[in-house]
Design a protein around this ligand. Structure first.
Ligand SMILES: [Zn+2]
Length: 490
């Protein structure tokens, strides 16, 4: 039975490659056992991981080393496990809004500390390697869910200057550990595609063996990184086919990955990305877990040095120019007339409620012939007209009054916004899937109107076929689509 399943995957993969590692497959199947249940959402904070760090410290097999403090005094620490001569250093979330690998690293420690049918592997791994994990390097950024630290510095441009306490801690840890392997763990934008395929597929995981000089030369540790990445690709390619990309390899002397590659560690960048229908990035989280496992298994098996690099070499480059939504083939209709227009829309996430929640603000960034552009979602408006969404005739005097409106009927009539008069509200998510505007109603030229907000009405034979509210399509003909949140605009 097992053989048949493996054979099936080999056939499915279509490359005629060697069969995937059966051990990695069986641990991956058991992943839910190890998944850290307290990190259910992306927007956890330093206070949420402290109990997990403490719990690691209470286990005899783990030593937790204090590693300094952030600008605002939050503790940094390094969890150490294993007693072997091969040293592995992983660090996560040096960008505060990139939490996926923090979750995966706790999952991985849960795996390492469990007792089950994989004990033989654990014994071997911990006898042959020592793993150091600096989890959440930028806790102040995590607090605000921002990339930068509390000094507004990007820690990954501070590897040379070391102006921030967090960067100094990371550099000292590296210099003290002198790791053989360094895992630089980040998140990437949802608008990254893996390669140039059309339609585009999201890069759920990207890899890079960072360059160590401007000429992007190859030394032994950078080559070793590409072999190890090839092993990780092998473990992931049947799980997220078309979802793996290669990150930009331009040399950046101020970045830690590049600096550590230059200092002799085989350094690997893993970027976690989105996957269709997975805004919490649970798939990337699981893929991180599988990638670490495959890498460490190969390290203790001595397979890294002979492993071919072709999987890394042929990995498609990431493309970060995608639109979230592209409306193609339509005709824009405005007061002054009609013209042929595609519309490209992007959705940007904003923090609120102390960065424990987020809402989306969408913009129609481009109008015109966008036939060379790609998007994560395409609405074919061929033969249809696109016009700025209408504002309701009736104004409301409070957000509560919105509850009394039949929003569905308004949308079906091509009304995408309601005007609020008399209450002072902040920008934020609307309680209903419709825009709430405090702006005076006025007729705008098409481009200005769509640039201000991605609220559109799409008509087919004169009837409302679909609306776009805050960058999300609802197609009344197919019943598809939903608005993540309407927007209150000041
Ligand atoms: Zn990052």
């Amino acid at each position: 039975m097992k053989t048949q399943i493996v054979l099936f995957f080999v056939l499915l993969s279509g490359f005629g490659m060697a069969q995937p590692n059966a051990f990695v497959d069986s641990v991956a199947e058991a992943y839910d056992r190890y998944r850290e249940p307290t990190l259910e959402h992306r927007r956890f904070k330093h206070a949420d991981i402290l109990p997990l760090i403490d719990a690691l410290g209470e286990d005899d097999r783990v030593t937790v080393h204090p590693a300094g403090k952030s600008v605002e005094g939050r503790s940094l620490s390094i969890a150490e496990i294993g007693e072997g001569p091969t040293t592995i250093f992983m660090w996560t979330q040096m960008h505060g809004d990139e939490p996926t690998a923090t979750r995966a690293t706790f999952d991985f420690f849960n795996f390492l500390l469990a007792e089950d049918e994989f004990d033989e592997f654990r014994r071997k791994l911990l006898a042959e390697t020592t793993i150091y994990a600096m989890i959440m390097v930028n806790p102040d950024g995590a607090e605000r869910f921002t990339r930068r630290n509390a000094m507004d510095i990007d820690l990954n441009r501070d590897a040379a200057t070391l102006a921030t306490p967090e960067a100094r801690s990371l550099m000292s840890a590296f210099l003290e550990i002198q790791p053989d392997y360094a895992f630089n763990l980040h998140d990437q934008k949802s608008r990254y595609a893996a390669g140039e395929k059309d339609p585009a597929t999201q890069a759920t995981i990207s890899f890079l063996a960072p360059a160590f000089n401007e000429a992007k030369e190859w030394n032994e540790n950078r080559k070793r990184a590409t072999r190890l990445i090839s092993i990780m690709i092998e473990a992931l390619e049947t799980r997220i086919p078309d979802g793996i990309g290669k990150y930009n390899d331009d040399y950046e002397s101020r970045a830690f990955g590049d600096a550590f590659q230059a200092k002799g560690a085989a350094t690997i960048l893993i970027e976690s990305g989105a996957h269709p229908g997975d805004p919490e990035r649970e798939i990337a989280r699981r893929m991180n877990f599988v990638a670490y496992l495959a890498a460490f298994d190969a390290i203790i098996d001595g397979r890294v040095d002979d492993y071919p690099t072709d999987r890394y070499d042929r990995l498609p480059m990431n493309d970060d120019d995608l639109f979230h939504l592209l409306i193609t083939g339509g005709t824009a209709r405005v007061a002054k007339g009609e013209f042929r227009a595609d519309v490209g829309v992007n959705r940007e996430e904003r923090n609120y409620n102390n960065a424990t929640e987020s809402y989306v603000v969408s913009e129609a960034l481009a109008v015109g012939d966008l036939s060379d552009e790609r998007a994560l979602e395409v609405f074919d408006a061929t033969g249809m007209t696109i016009e700025p969404g209408a504002v309701s005739e009736k104004t409301i005097s409070s957000l509560e009054e919105l509850e009394t409106l039949d929003v569905d009927s308004l949308l079906r009539a091509g009304v995408t916004a309601v005007r609020l008069e008399g209450e002072n509200v902040k920008e934020g998510p609307s309680p209903k899937p419709i825009t709430v505007t405090l702006l005076e109603r006025r007729r705008e030229p098409f481009e200005t109107a769509v640039k201000r907000r991605a609220d559109l009405t799409i008509r087919e034979n004169g009837d409302v076929r679909a609306v776009v509210v805050n960058g999300f399509v609802i197609d009344f003909k197919t019943g598809e689509g939903a608005v993540r949140n309407g927007l209150i605009i000041r």
